[in-house]
Design a protein around this ligand. Structure first.
Ligand code: ZN
Length: 366
């Protein structure tokens, strides 16, 4: 049964909130614990911390205590990550998450941590379904948060993950009377977003990066990921990458956002709350489970290559068109429809052919 991982939508928001609360509580306790292992901003900057705190890193490849040189390297990595992700301070787009998760940064392929599979590769293979379940505008009405549920990967200890996506352009789109809901939804899904997932990879690899990059939708993380991601590589986990693919081009997600915009535009205060019913969500993942091509997630570069291959194929096809058709199209000219039809007939007569009804219609309307 494909729905088995989805579970009940009723209570799913509660589950997401509970996981977030547990995460926040654990983090808080670790930050306060004597000898706790959080490397905070001041530690990175000054290199002086309580002697009871013994901190390790994996930056050279092996787990070992942090040295002054490591701190210098962390500072360089923070500066570099901030200059790269600084552009996301007003949100990141679905397209950018997909491109960056393939390891492509500024148009070039960056090396991935230890030659591991990229989060994009993992999303394509392991996270094949994602469904929006709940949406609500923020208190100030500027943005809207949409909750998604995805299936979990094969080695996970849970059956589903909760991904939160904040659509930063909700307010202006909801308040505008210039676009109908579907067009507003289409713009919304291409616009800036903030993101969050409840998985361990987001927590230990990316939450810090998203916090300093300004695209984090949930709890801020100020502890440097010295063990898991000291080089600050990547952008988001496989669950988020799958959700980004659905935001970018999924029909069910577009339908959900269209309904949300419709509600928002019908409301006096541009407010909207939208909930998917269990049956609707199950229908969506049933369709997603059946698809054979939709699981592919394409980066901008792949799309560009496909477009240019298609253009080249079209050009070759044009070049291969029979000479007589080309010659004919040149000859057909005339002021009146009758004159043009006569010109077409005589041009085709040279080849012993007669024009079809469509060809006559076209030339008369030319
Ligand atoms: Zn995740």
């Amino acid at each position: 049964m494909v729905e088995s991982w989805l579970g009940s939508l009723k209570g799913s928001a509660g589950e997401a909130k509970q996981r977030a609360a547990e995460d926040a509580a654990q983090r808080k306790a670790e930050g306060r614990r004597k000898g706790g292992i959080i490397l905070n901003q001041k530690d990175v900057l000054t290199g002086s911390w309580d002697a009871s705190k013994v901190l390790f890193t994996t930056i050279g490849g092996q787990l070992r205590p942090i040295t002054a040189d490591d701190l210098a390297a962390f500072r360089r990595n923070i500066a570099s990550a901030q200059s790269q992700t600084g552009r996301f301070s007003k949100g990141i787009t679905a397209k950018q998450v997909i491109d960056w998760s393939a390891g492509i940064v500024n148009g070039t392929q960056a090396a991935l941590n230890g030659g591991q599979k990229s989060d994009l590769d993992r999303a394509k293979k392991e996270i094949t379904m994602a469904v929006p379940t709940y949406a609500q505008n923020s208190a100030d009405g500027r943005s809207a948060k949409v909750r998604f549920i995805t299936n979990a990967g094969p080695d996970s200890d849970v059956s589903r993950h909760h991904v939160l996506v904040e659509f930063m352009n909700y307010g202006p789109e909801a308040a505008s009377g210039l676009t109908e809901p579907r067009k507003a939804a289409m713009r919304l899904r291409q616009g800036p977003l903030k993101i969050e997932c409840d998985c361990g990879r987001w927590r230990y690899w990316f939450r810090y990066l998203a916090t300093i990059g300004g695209y984090n939708a949930g709890r801020a993380e100020t502890g440097f990921p010295k063990i898991r991601n000291p080089k600050l590589q990547g952008i988001a986990c496989k669950h988020i990458v799958r959700v980004m693919a659905e935001v970018q081009s999924g029909g069910a997600t577009l339908g959900f956002l269209t309904k949300l915009m419709d509600k928002a535009k019908s409301s006096d205060e541009a407010k909207a709350v939208l909930r998917h019913k269990q049956a609707e969500a199950e229908k969506i993942i049933k369709n997603q489970a059946k698809r054979t091509t939709g699981n592919d997630i394409k980066t901008s570069e792949q799309k560009r290559l496909e477009r240019s291959a298609k253009n080249a194929a079209n050009a070759a096809k044009q070049a291969g068109k029979p000479q007589r058709e080309k010659a004919m199209s040149k000859k057909i000219s005339g002021k009146s429809p009758d004159e043009r039809e006569a010109a077409l007939r005589s041009a085709m007569a040279v080849f012993g052919a007669v024009p079809t009804a469509k060809q006559i219609r076209d030339v008369r309307n030319a």
